[in-house]
Design a protein around this ligand. Structure first.
Ligand code: 5GP
Length: 350
Protein backbone atom coordinates (compact mmCIF):
# COMPACT_ATOMS: atom_id res chain seq x y z
CA UNK A 1 0.00 0.00 0.00
CA UNK A 2 1.12 3.52 -0.81
CA UNK A 3 -0.42 6.96 -0.27
CA UNK A 4 0.02 9.82 -2.75
CA UNK A 5 0.01 12.98 -0.67
CA UNK A 6 -0.35 15.67 -3.33
CA UNK A 7 -3.83 17.13 -3.62
CA UNK A 8 -6.08 16.02 -6.50
CA UNK A 9 -8.71 18.48 -7.64
CA UNK A 10 -12.22 18.31 -9.08
CA UNK A 11 -14.12 21.10 -10.87
CA UNK A 12 -15.69 22.20 -7.58
CA UNK A 13 -12.27 22.91 -6.05
CA UNK A 14 -11.19 25.68 -8.42
CA UNK A 15 -12.21 28.83 -10.24
CA UNK A 16 -10.45 30.43 -13.21
CA UNK A 17 -8.78 33.73 -12.40
CA UNK A 18 -9.88 36.61 -14.69
CA UNK A 19 -7.20 38.16 -16.90
CA UNK A 20 -6.85 41.41 -18.81
CA UNK A 21 -8.61 41.10 -22.15
CA UNK A 22 -8.81 43.08 -25.36
CA UNK A 23 -12.03 41.35 -26.42
CA UNK A 24 -15.00 43.72 -26.61
CA UNK A 25 -17.72 41.12 -27.03
CA UNK A 26 -18.39 37.41 -26.60
CA UNK A 27 -19.26 37.34 -30.29
CA UNK A 28 -15.54 37.76 -31.05
CA UNK A 29 -14.68 34.42 -29.48
CA UNK A 30 -13.99 31.56 -31.88
CA UNK A 31 -14.90 28.16 -30.41
CA UNK A 32 -13.87 26.20 -33.51
CA UNK A 33 -10.73 24.14 -33.25
CA UNK A 34 -8.75 22.51 -36.05
CA UNK A 35 -7.21 19.22 -35.07
CA UNK A 36 -4.62 17.06 -36.75
CA UNK A 37 -3.87 13.70 -35.16
CA UNK A 38 -1.01 11.40 -34.25
CA UNK A 39 -1.95 8.55 -36.60
CA UNK A 40 -4.95 9.55 -38.68
CA UNK A 41 -4.26 11.99 -41.48
CA UNK A 42 -7.69 13.56 -41.27
CA UNK A 43 -8.02 17.16 -40.14
CA UNK A 44 -11.17 17.82 -38.11
CA UNK A 45 -12.63 21.28 -37.55
CA UNK A 46 -15.47 21.96 -35.16
CA UNK A 47 -16.46 22.75 -31.61
CA UNK A 48 -14.78 20.01 -29.57
CA UNK A 49 -17.75 19.03 -27.46
CA UNK A 50 -19.07 15.45 -27.74
CA UNK A 51 -22.45 14.01 -26.79
CA UNK A 52 -21.75 10.87 -24.76
CA UNK A 53 -22.19 7.42 -26.25
CA UNK A 54 -24.77 6.55 -23.58
CA UNK A 55 -27.77 4.93 -25.26
CA UNK A 56 -30.14 7.73 -24.20
CA UNK A 57 -27.75 10.50 -25.37
CA UNK A 58 -25.73 9.30 -28.37
CA UNK A 59 -28.69 8.95 -30.74
CA UNK A 60 -28.97 9.62 -34.47
CA UNK A 61 -31.43 12.44 -33.66
CA UNK A 62 -28.72 13.98 -31.46
CA UNK A 63 -26.18 13.80 -34.32
CA UNK A 64 -28.58 15.65 -36.61
CA UNK A 65 -29.25 18.44 -34.10
CA UNK A 66 -25.70 18.86 -32.79
CA UNK A 67 -24.08 18.85 -36.24
CA UNK A 68 -25.90 22.17 -36.82
CA UNK A 69 -23.64 23.55 -34.09
CA UNK A 70 -20.55 21.77 -35.44
CA UNK A 71 -20.54 19.51 -32.37
CA UNK A 72 -19.76 15.76 -32.34
CA UNK A 73 -21.95 12.89 -31.15
CA UNK A 74 -20.56 9.53 -30.05
CA UNK A 75 -23.30 7.26 -31.34
CA UNK A 76 -24.08 4.41 -28.96
CA UNK A 77 -23.26 0.84 -29.84
CA UNK A 78 -26.77 -0.61 -29.70
CA UNK A 79 -28.01 0.48 -33.14
CA UNK A 80 -28.27 -2.39 -35.60
CA UNK A 81 -26.62 -2.36 -39.01
CA UNK A 82 -30.06 -1.73 -40.53
CA UNK A 83 -30.43 1.42 -38.38
CA UNK A 84 -27.02 2.60 -39.54
CA UNK A 85 -27.97 2.01 -43.18
CA UNK A 86 -31.09 4.15 -42.81
CA UNK A 87 -29.25 6.89 -40.97
CA UNK A 88 -26.42 7.08 -43.50
CA UNK A 89 -28.84 7.02 -46.44
CA UNK A 90 -30.70 10.05 -45.07
CA UNK A 91 -27.67 12.10 -43.95
CA UNK A 92 -25.56 14.50 -45.96
CA UNK A 93 -21.80 14.65 -45.83
CA UNK A 94 -21.75 17.44 -43.23
CA UNK A 95 -23.77 15.41 -40.69
CA UNK A 96 -21.53 12.34 -41.06
CA UNK A 97 -18.52 14.55 -40.29
CA UNK A 98 -19.91 14.82 -36.75
CA UNK A 99 -20.31 11.13 -36.03
CA UNK A 100 -18.19 8.99 -33.73
CA UNK A 101 -18.96 5.27 -33.92
CA UNK A 102 -18.73 3.57 -30.52
CA UNK A 103 -17.80 -0.07 -30.12
CA UNK A 104 -17.07 -2.57 -27.39
CA UNK A 105 -14.20 -5.03 -27.61
CA UNK A 106 -15.86 -8.27 -28.72
CA UNK A 107 -15.41 -10.09 -32.05
CA UNK A 108 -19.01 -9.19 -32.95
CA UNK A 109 -18.20 -5.52 -32.34
CA UNK A 110 -15.27 -5.79 -34.73
CA UNK A 111 -17.37 -7.45 -37.42
CA UNK A 112 -20.14 -4.88 -37.03
CA UNK A 113 -17.85 -1.87 -37.19
CA UNK A 114 -16.24 -3.15 -40.39
CA UNK A 115 -19.70 -3.28 -41.97
CA UNK A 116 -20.64 0.19 -40.69
CA UNK A 117 -17.51 1.78 -42.14
CA UNK A 118 -18.15 0.11 -45.50
CA UNK A 119 -21.41 2.08 -45.68
CA UNK A 120 -19.71 5.47 -45.94
CA UNK A 121 -16.17 6.80 -46.25
CA UNK A 122 -17.35 10.07 -44.67
CA UNK A 123 -17.35 8.68 -41.11
CA UNK A 124 -13.97 9.36 -39.53
CA UNK A 125 -14.12 8.58 -35.83
CA UNK A 126 -14.12 5.29 -33.89
CA UNK A 127 -14.44 5.16 -30.10
CA UNK A 128 -13.44 1.98 -28.30
CA UNK A 129 -15.42 2.32 -25.19
CA UNK A 130 -15.02 0.28 -22.06
CA UNK A 131 -15.48 1.43 -18.47
CA UNK A 132 -12.03 0.18 -17.51
CA UNK A 133 -9.36 1.09 -20.04
CA UNK A 134 -6.71 -0.52 -17.86
CA UNK A 135 -7.63 -4.03 -19.07
CA UNK A 136 -5.00 -5.73 -21.19
CA UNK A 137 -7.60 -6.78 -23.76
CA UNK A 138 -8.33 -3.10 -24.56
CA UNK A 139 -4.74 -2.69 -25.75
CA UNK A 140 -4.93 -5.89 -27.84
CA UNK A 141 -8.22 -4.78 -29.40
CA UNK A 142 -6.93 -1.24 -30.01
CA UNK A 143 -3.94 -2.60 -31.94
CA UNK A 144 -6.27 -4.74 -34.04
CA UNK A 145 -8.49 -1.74 -34.82
CA UNK A 146 -5.52 0.52 -35.63
CA UNK A 147 -4.11 -2.07 -38.04
CA UNK A 148 -7.43 -2.44 -39.82
CA UNK A 149 -8.55 1.21 -39.85
CA UNK A 150 -5.23 2.86 -40.62
CA UNK A 151 -6.71 6.21 -41.64
CA UNK A 152 -9.46 6.63 -39.00
CA UNK A 153 -9.35 8.81 -35.88
CA UNK A 154 -9.36 6.30 -33.02
CA UNK A 155 -10.35 7.15 -29.44
CA UNK A 156 -9.86 4.69 -26.58
CA UNK A 157 -10.44 4.72 -22.84
CA UNK A 158 -11.39 5.24 -20.10
CA UNK A 159 -8.31 5.90 -18.01
CA UNK A 160 -7.18 8.59 -15.57
CA UNK A 161 -3.41 8.33 -15.27
CA UNK A 162 -0.54 9.44 -17.49
CA UNK A 163 1.23 6.10 -17.89
CA UNK A 164 -1.93 4.45 -19.25
CA UNK A 165 -2.59 7.39 -21.58
CA UNK A 166 0.89 6.84 -23.00
CA UNK A 167 0.31 3.12 -23.41
CA UNK A 168 -2.96 3.69 -25.28
CA UNK A 169 -1.40 6.30 -27.56
CA UNK A 170 1.62 4.12 -28.28
CA UNK A 171 -0.78 1.25 -29.06
CA UNK A 172 -2.62 3.25 -31.73
CA UNK A 173 -5.03 5.73 -30.11
CA UNK A 174 -5.19 9.24 -31.54
CA UNK A 175 -7.33 10.37 -28.61
CA UNK A 176 -7.64 8.98 -25.08
CA UNK A 177 -10.85 9.23 -23.11
CA UNK A 178 -10.27 10.33 -19.53
CA UNK A 179 -12.60 9.81 -16.57
CA UNK A 180 -13.32 7.10 -14.04
CA UNK A 181 -16.19 7.78 -11.70
CA UNK A 182 -17.12 11.46 -12.18
CA UNK A 183 -20.32 10.89 -14.19
CA UNK A 184 -23.72 12.24 -13.17
CA UNK A 185 -25.31 8.77 -13.10
CA UNK A 186 -22.24 6.82 -12.13
CA UNK A 187 -21.77 5.02 -8.81
CA UNK A 188 -18.36 3.46 -9.48
CA UNK A 189 -16.66 5.47 -6.76
CA UNK A 190 -19.28 4.38 -4.24
CA UNK A 191 -19.39 0.74 -5.31
CA UNK A 192 -15.67 0.21 -5.80
CA UNK A 193 -13.82 2.97 -3.99
CA UNK A 194 -11.92 3.56 -7.25
CA UNK A 195 -11.68 6.89 -9.10
CA UNK A 196 -9.72 10.08 -9.64
CA UNK A 197 -10.84 13.73 -9.30
CA UNK A 198 -11.60 14.81 -12.84
CA UNK A 199 -9.67 18.09 -13.10
CA UNK A 200 -6.43 16.50 -11.89
CA UNK A 201 -7.03 13.56 -14.23
CA UNK A 202 -7.37 16.01 -17.12
CA UNK A 203 -4.25 18.00 -16.22
CA UNK A 204 -2.09 14.90 -15.78
CA UNK A 205 -3.47 12.99 -18.78
CA UNK A 206 -3.31 16.00 -21.12
CA UNK A 207 0.33 16.46 -20.20
CA UNK A 208 1.08 12.80 -21.00
CA UNK A 209 -0.94 12.80 -24.24
CA UNK A 210 0.36 16.09 -25.61
CA UNK A 211 3.93 14.99 -24.97
CA UNK A 212 3.34 12.16 -27.46
CA UNK A 213 1.33 14.14 -30.00
CA UNK A 214 -1.97 12.67 -28.79
CA UNK A 215 -5.18 14.28 -27.55
CA UNK A 216 -7.62 13.69 -24.71
CA UNK A 217 -11.36 13.78 -24.16
CA UNK A 218 -12.50 14.74 -20.68
CA UNK A 219 -15.43 12.38 -20.09
CA UNK A 220 -17.87 13.02 -17.28
CA UNK A 221 -18.40 15.30 -14.32
CA UNK A 222 -19.42 18.54 -16.07
CA UNK A 223 -22.59 19.88 -14.47
CA UNK A 224 -22.53 23.48 -15.74
CA UNK A 225 -20.82 25.33 -18.60
CA UNK A 226 -18.22 26.65 -16.12
CA UNK A 227 -17.05 23.04 -15.63
CA UNK A 228 -16.62 22.66 -19.39
CA UNK A 229 -14.45 25.81 -19.40
CA UNK A 230 -12.42 24.36 -16.51
CA UNK A 231 -11.97 21.09 -18.41
CA UNK A 232 -10.65 22.94 -21.47
CA UNK A 233 -8.60 25.20 -19.18
CA UNK A 234 -7.01 22.11 -17.64
CA UNK A 235 -5.90 20.89 -21.06
CA UNK A 236 -8.77 18.77 -22.40
CA UNK A 237 -8.91 18.87 -26.20
CA UNK A 238 -12.50 17.57 -26.26
CA UNK A 239 -15.19 17.48 -23.56
CA UNK A 240 -17.81 14.72 -23.46
CA UNK A 241 -21.22 15.40 -21.90
CA UNK A 242 -23.93 13.05 -20.71
CA UNK A 243 -26.11 14.51 -17.98
CA UNK A 244 -25.98 18.08 -19.30
CA UNK A 245 -27.56 16.88 -22.55
CA UNK A 246 -30.08 14.51 -20.96
CA UNK A 247 -33.85 15.04 -20.84
CA UNK A 248 -34.21 16.48 -24.36
CA UNK A 249 -36.33 15.60 -27.35
CA UNK A 250 -33.32 14.17 -29.19
CA UNK A 251 -32.64 11.72 -26.32
CA UNK A 252 -34.12 8.24 -26.32
CA UNK A 253 -35.14 8.18 -22.64
CA UNK A 254 -38.65 7.12 -21.70
CA UNK A 255 -41.00 10.07 -21.17
CA UNK A 256 -43.12 10.02 -18.02
CA UNK A 257 -46.12 12.30 -17.53
CA UNK A 258 -46.95 13.19 -13.95
CA UNK A 259 -49.95 15.55 -13.55
CA UNK A 260 -49.01 18.52 -15.72
CA UNK A 261 -45.26 17.82 -15.58
CA UNK A 262 -43.22 15.88 -18.10
CA UNK A 263 -40.12 13.91 -17.11
CA UNK A 264 -37.58 11.73 -18.86
CA UNK A 265 -35.67 8.74 -17.56
CA UNK A 266 -31.88 8.92 -17.73
CA UNK A 267 -29.63 6.10 -16.59
CA UNK A 268 -25.99 5.06 -16.41
CA UNK A 269 -24.73 2.45 -18.85
CA UNK A 270 -23.80 0.17 -15.96
CA UNK A 271 -27.08 0.73 -14.15
CA UNK A 272 -29.69 -1.91 -13.50
CA UNK A 273 -31.89 -0.26 -16.19
CA UNK A 274 -29.22 -0.54 -18.91
CA UNK A 275 -28.21 -4.09 -18.01
CA UNK A 276 -31.81 -5.26 -17.97
CA UNK A 277 -32.48 -3.58 -21.30
CA UNK A 278 -29.51 -5.02 -23.16
CA UNK A 279 -28.65 -8.21 -21.33
CA UNK A 280 -32.03 -9.09 -19.89
CA UNK A 281 -30.66 -9.22 -16.34
CA UNK A 282 -27.69 -8.38 -14.15
CA UNK A 283 -25.15 -11.20 -14.31
CA UNK A 284 -24.77 -12.92 -10.93
CA UNK A 285 -21.15 -11.80 -10.52
CA UNK A 286 -21.84 -8.08 -11.21
CA UNK A 287 -23.19 -5.14 -9.24
CA UNK A 288 -24.84 -2.14 -10.83
CA UNK A 289 -22.49 0.86 -11.06
CA UNK A 290 -24.98 3.40 -12.29
CA UNK A 291 -28.15 5.24 -11.28
CA UNK A 292 -31.51 5.73 -12.95
CA UNK A 293 -32.98 9.21 -12.50
CA UNK A 294 -36.22 10.92 -13.52
CA UNK A 295 -35.43 14.44 -14.69
CA UNK A 296 -37.64 17.28 -15.93
CA UNK A 297 -38.12 17.15 -19.70
CA UNK A 298 -36.33 20.09 -21.33
CA UNK A 299 -37.54 20.21 -24.95
CA UNK A 300 -35.17 20.64 -27.89
CA UNK A 301 -31.43 20.41 -27.29
CA UNK A 302 -30.68 23.58 -29.28
CA UNK A 303 -31.59 25.91 -26.40
CA UNK A 304 -29.35 24.05 -23.97
CA UNK A 305 -26.49 24.07 -26.46
CA UNK A 306 -26.84 27.82 -27.05
CA UNK A 307 -26.66 28.33 -23.29
CA UNK A 308 -23.56 26.13 -22.98
CA UNK A 309 -21.76 27.80 -25.88
CA UNK A 310 -22.70 31.26 -24.57
CA UNK A 311 -21.19 30.32 -21.19
CA UNK A 312 -18.03 29.06 -22.84
CA UNK A 313 -17.64 32.22 -24.93
CA UNK A 314 -18.04 34.25 -21.77
CA UNK A 315 -15.31 32.20 -20.02
CA UNK A 316 -13.00 33.01 -22.92
CA UNK A 317 -13.73 36.76 -22.72
CA UNK A 318 -13.04 36.83 -18.96
CA UNK A 319 -9.51 35.55 -19.55
CA UNK A 320 -8.83 37.21 -22.89
CA UNK A 321 -8.89 34.08 -25.04
CA UNK A 322 -9.94 35.02 -28.55
CA UNK A 323 -9.95 31.36 -29.57
CA UNK A 324 -10.91 28.28 -27.55
CA UNK A 325 -7.44 26.94 -28.32
CA UNK A 326 -5.91 29.72 -26.18
CA UNK A 327 -8.02 28.87 -23.15
CA UNK A 328 -5.52 26.42 -21.62
CA UNK A 329 -2.53 28.69 -21.80
CA UNK A 330 -4.50 31.65 -20.44
CA UNK A 331 -5.93 29.64 -17.53
CA UNK A 332 -4.73 30.11 -13.98
CA UNK A 333 -6.76 28.05 -11.53
CA UNK A 334 -7.24 29.30 -8.02
CA UNK A 335 -8.15 26.81 -5.35
CA UNK A 336 -11.38 27.77 -3.61
CA UNK A 337 -13.83 26.52 -1.02
CA UNK A 338 -16.84 28.31 -2.51
CA UNK A 339 -18.64 28.32 -5.88
CA UNK A 340 -22.15 29.60 -6.56
CA UNK A 341 -24.01 31.73 -4.01
CA UNK A 342 -27.16 29.61 -3.67
CA UNK A 343 -29.09 31.82 -1.26
CA UNK A 344 -32.06 32.46 -3.60
CA UNK A 345 -31.99 29.15 -5.53
CA UNK A 346 -35.23 27.89 -3.99
CA UNK A 347 -37.00 30.99 -5.35
CA UNK A 348 -35.64 30.69 -8.88
CA UNK A 349 -38.13 31.44 -11.68
CA UNK A 350 -35.83 30.52 -14.57
P1 5GP B 1 -21.82 13.08 -17.19
O1 5GP B 1 -21.58 14.04 -18.31
O2 5GP B 1 -23.24 12.62 -17.14
O3 5GP B 1 -21.33 13.58 -15.87
O4 5GP B 1 -20.92 11.81 -17.50
C1 5GP B 1 -21.11 11.04 -18.66
C2 5GP B 1 -20.16 9.85 -18.63
O5 5GP B 1 -20.41 9.00 -17.49
C3 5GP B 1 -20.32 8.93 -19.80
O6 5GP B 1 -19.78 9.44 -20.99
C4 5GP B 1 -19.62 7.67 -19.30
O7 5GP B 1 -18.22 7.73 -19.44
C5 5GP B 1 -19.93 7.69 -17.80
N1 5GP B 1 -21.01 6.75 -17.48
C6 5GP B 1 -22.20 6.58 -18.08
N2 5GP B 1 -22.93 5.64 -17.48
C7 5GP B 1 -22.20 5.17 -16.46
C8 5GP B 1 -22.40 4.16 -15.47
O8 5GP B 1 -23.44 3.52 -15.38
N3 5GP B 1 -21.36 3.95 -14.61
C9 5GP B 1 -20.20 4.64 -14.68
N4 5GP B 1 -19.21 4.34 -13.84
N5 5GP B 1 -19.99 5.63 -15.58
C10 5GP B 1 -20.96 5.88 -16.46
Amino acid sequence: MRIEEDIKLGFKDVLIRPKRSILKSRAQVDLIRNFSFKYSEYIWSGIPIIASNMDTIGTFEMVKSLSNFNILTAVHKYYSLEHWKDFIRTSSKFILNHVIVSIGTSNEDFLKIKKIFLLSPEIKYICIDVANGYSEHVITFLKLIRNFFIDKIICAGNVVTGEMVEELILSGADIVKVGIGPGSVCTTRVKTGVGYPQLSAIIECADAAHGLGGHIISDGGCTVSGDIAKAFGGGADFVMLGGMLSGHKECSGKIIKDKSNKYMLFYGMSSMSAMKRYEGKIAGYRASEGKTVKIPFRGYIKNTIRDILGGLRSSCTYIGAEKLKELTKRTTFIRVTEQENRIFNVFKTE
